[in-house]
Design a protein around this ligand. Structure first.
Ligand SMILES: O=C(O)CCC(=O)C(=O)O
Ligand SMILES: [Fe+2]
Length: 405
């Protein structure tokens, strides 16, 4: 359920068919001291209906949650959209969709003014919500789905086979490999008392070292994942270059701090995550992925099903739904610190699905966590001494120790 304020007197409601029927029967629609636009099920079916929610008739817990969200967003009245009519569109009242065509993968014919505008749009998003959707990046849903599919083949193997590919958790340099259900607790990173996350995952971190290997039971796994790793890497580099431009930093020098991605002394990795249908019994406070900030520089995120939620400054979370042929991108802690807090690393999470119907669904996700080289020394990019210089490897080690030890 996603709301965003479209103008002074209009609210967009993006709503799935299940909730549509619940609302239609649970609320009296008695048009209108406010005007709402309804989007039913997808971003393309739009209904314009004049309604007035009569909140007192709400019958169930699920509906109550809905009303609470609605009331909250109504309080935002008057803020309106920023950057309307530019190459950014509002997705949910908080996160913007940015058209990346000017610098999409493979683009060689560079329109300087368009690239500058793109950099400014990215800076707008990364200095406010810390999140953006990008469209026209050059990465297609077909490519994303091929990663989901090989990952599924792996996850569907018997546990004792998957054990052979288990990530070595004794050394943070060893990120490659499988992590079983409930094998990670991202909420703990933020000091939350939550049971471990209800997900399994596979990290891909070339070049493989030590006891790392590719699952031979899924022969196409390596090639599919490495093709995608390379695509995501290229896109991340383009975004980093535009960020350097936006920060007024020499792009070549900045990118030189990322030269070992996929080659060695660097933590960047691709991660496939699968959240299975919610089991019959779950532990108290258990979720799919606890509230956390990422700890690299930027994260690229591709998703097939709802669930991702992003924190707003006031403690509320807003849904960041899957949108076809887009990538979600967010700033992570290393870059917040490096930019002396100009770019913001924002908390996000994946709760258990809220309705009985959606609890039976699987969510698949692929992320690309982009880190600077271990030996890069991060000095505040604005020339200030807000934070003392630190080697990227030392910074990541301090964060990972909290998570795994
Ligand atoms: O499934 C998701 O969207 C959350 C993944 C995530 O935030 C992470 O692994 O850092
Ligand atoms: Fe994350």
């Amino acid at each position: 359920m996603h709301y965003f304020l479209h103008s002074e007197r209009e609210l967009f409601v993006i709503i799935d068919p299940f909730l549509w029927s619940s609302i239609a029967s649970g609320y009296r629609l008695d048009g209108a001291d406010r005007i709402f636009s309804w989007r039913n099920g997808s971003l393309t079916d739009q209904y314009n209906v004049n309604v007035h929610f009569v909140t007192q008739t709400v019958p169930t817990g699920a509906h109550k949650a809905l009303v609470k969200t609605q009331k909250y967003h109504l309080l935002q009245k008057g803020k309106g959209l920023q950057n309307e009519g530019k190459t950014m569109e509002d997705v949910n009242g908080y996160i913007q969709m940015i058209d990346f065509s000017a610098y999409s993968l493979g683009t060689t014919d560079i329109d300087e003014a368009a690239v500058q505008a793109l950099s400014e749009n990215l800076m707008h998003s990364f200095t406010t919500s810390g999140f953006a959707y990008l469209k026209n990046t050059g990465i297609t849903d077909e490519q994303v789905t091929s990663v989901f599919d090989v990952a599924d083949k792996f996850y569907d193997l018997p546990v004792d086979v998957k054990q052979k590919y288990r990530r070595n958790e004794t050394d943070f340099h060893e990120r490659h490999g499988w992590v079983c259900m409930e094998g990670e607790n991202l909420g703990k990173l933020n000091g939350l008392q939550r049971p471990p996350d209800l997900k399994e995952l596979f990290n891909i971190k070339p070049p493989l070292s030590g006891g790392d290997s590719w699952p031979s039971e899924v022969p196409e796994f390596e090639e599919t994942c490495m093709d995608f790793f390379n695509q995501a890497h290229d896109l991340a580099k383009r975004v980093l270059e535009l960020i350097a431009r936006g920060l007024g930093t020499e792009a070549a020098e900045f990118l030189d701090m990322f030269k070992f991605i996929g080659k060695g002394r660097n933590s960047s990795h691709l991660r496939s995550i699968r959240y299975p249908p919610v089991p019959e019994t779950v532990k108290e406070n258990q979720v799919r992925c606890g509230e956390h900030t990422d700890f690299g520089c930027i994260t690229l995120l591709f998703q097939d099903n709802a669930g991702l939620e992003v924190a707003k400054g006031d403690g509320e979370f807003v849904a960041a739904p899957p949108i076809a042929d887009t990538v979600v991108i967010n700033i992570a802690d290393t870059l917040q610190r490096w930019s002396a807090d100009k770019l913001v690393s924002t908390k996000h999470r994946v709760m258990l699905p809220y309705t009985p119907e959606t609890r039976g669904t699987t969510r698949r996700c692929v992320t690309f966590f982009t880190h600077p080289d271990f030996d890069a020394v991060m000095k505040c990019l604005d020339g200030s001494d807000k934070y003392p210089p630190i080697r990227a490897e030392d910074y990541v080690a301090s964060r990972l120790r909290k998570m795994y030890l």
